[in-house]
Every structure is written in C-alpha cells, then in structure tokens.
Design a protein around this ligand. Structure first.
Ligand code: ATP
Ligand code: MG
Length: 200
C-alpha cells in the first residue's frame, strides 16, 4: 500500500469514528444533577473534585466544599476558592490518619455533615464537593442511610462530587459517574515528601 492509500484509509477510519461519536453526542440530550464518585488508591481524587468546583465557579455556578478529614496543612484550593466566595466546611478537630479518639472524631464528622445536609437541601447551591466522605461511611462515623437519603433527595439539577478511597457499594450504585483512580507509582514511595502545589 502506498503512502497516499494509507492516508486515505486512515482518514476514512477517522471519519467513521467521528460520525459514531457525533451521533452519540447528539443522542445524549438529558440534563441532570449528577452524583459523581472519585475513588481508588491512586493520587488525583480530591484534585479532580476541586477541578470540578473550579470549573463550576468559572461558569458562574454556586459551589460549596465540605472536607471530612482534618487538614494537617493548609489547602491551596481553599486559599483560592474562598476568595471567590466558595464556602468551606472543614473538620477543625477530629479525624486524621493518626486518629485516636473515636468519640471526638464522630462529633467532628457530625458537625461537618450538618452543614453538608443544609447544602444538600439548598437549591441555590449548584455544585457540592464532599471531600473524603467515603471514610465517614466505611468507619460508620455517619449513618449511611441518612447520607444516601440526603443525596437522593437533593434539589434537581444539583451536582454532588464525593471523593475518597473504598467507596461504599451503595454509594457507587447510586452514582451517575464513578471513576477509580489506580496508582501505578507515587513519589512518596521513592522517599519524596509532600510537595506544595502538588499534594496540598
Ligand atoms: P490529591 O488530593 O492529590 O488528589 P487524593 O485525594 O487522590 O490526592 P488522598 O487519599 O486523599 O488522595 O491522599 C491525599 C494525600 O496523599 C496527597 O498528598 C497525595 O499525594 C497522597 N497520596 C495519594 N495517593 C497516594 C498513594 N498511592 N501513595 C502515596 N501517597 C498518596
Ligand atoms: Mg483526597
């Protein structure tokens, strides 16, 4: 096959693919407030959630963030997004990786959850990030029925993004979009400490 034939064949194949993709895009007509779950052991879950909050704000949508892990360092996204009017509800005490006090952790989780519940009932909020919520369900710090009910009964059109490892099956079954981030390698394993702008 000469070069021209190869190019023509490639072009025809791409054209066919484009037609297929265009047809599927045209067929997807529904608008819906989405539940997205970003889970798995690889790096990129919270940053993905914050990416969607940033996109929302960039389009003039109202957004809010609830973080279910106590930050041990400050959060670059928070520094930026709070200035743009995005409210953050963060555990000031309680759950960290070195958690020792279950009672205090549960109380701290409950406090942030009460704020999350208000947001999930507020039609003026268009996109909500529930960062690291999965752990609150797997540790049973929050009642899963209550959490799933609040998400299921949220205002129509409201998007919710949940991040964290080991997402509960009932949550992923309910979600519209589920992504699992897999780790191939992480700099930490090579002895590199957390880097500003990349890890926090
Ligand atoms: P990010 O906030 O960077 O998107 P994440 O939300 O996917 O990360 P978490 O499980 O919340 O990951 O952990 C947050 C911190 O742990 C970050 O500093 C991140 O770089 C680090 N981390 C994430 N995945 C891994 C991994 N597989 N091995 C080691 N460290 C990790
Ligand atoms: Mg995270």
């Amino acid at each position: 096959m000469n070069e021209q034939d190869k190019q023509d064949k490639h072009k025809a194949r791409q054209q066919k693919l484009k037609e297929k993709v265009d047809a599927r895009i045209a067929a997807a007509q529904d608008d819906k407030g989405l539940l997205l779950v970003i889970t798995g052991n690889g790096k990129g879950k919270s940053t993905s959630g914050f990416g969607m909050i940033t996109r929302s704000v960039g389009h003039g949508l109202t957004a809010a963030v609830c973080q279910f892990i106590k930050g041990t360092w400050d959060c670059g996204e928070r520094n930026l997004l709070e200035k743009l009017g995005v409210p953050f509800y963060v555990m000031k005490t309680g759950f960290t990786w070195e958690t020792q006090n279950k009672e205090a952790d549960m109380a701290a989780a409950e406090k942030v959850w009460q704020e999350a519940k208000k947001l999930l009932a507020d039609p003026s909020i268009q996109t909500i990030l529930l960062d690291e919520l999965t752990y609150m369900l797997s540790y049973r710090y929050l009642d899963i029925d209550e959490v799933l009910d609040a998400i299921a009964n949220r205002p129509e059109g409201q998007h919710v993004i949940v991040t964290g490892r080991a997402a509960h099956r009932r949550l992923t079954e309910m979600a519209d979009t589920v992504s699992e981030v897999q780790s191939q390698k992480h700099a930490f394993e090579a002895g590199i400490k957390v880097q500003k702008g990349i890890d926090w």
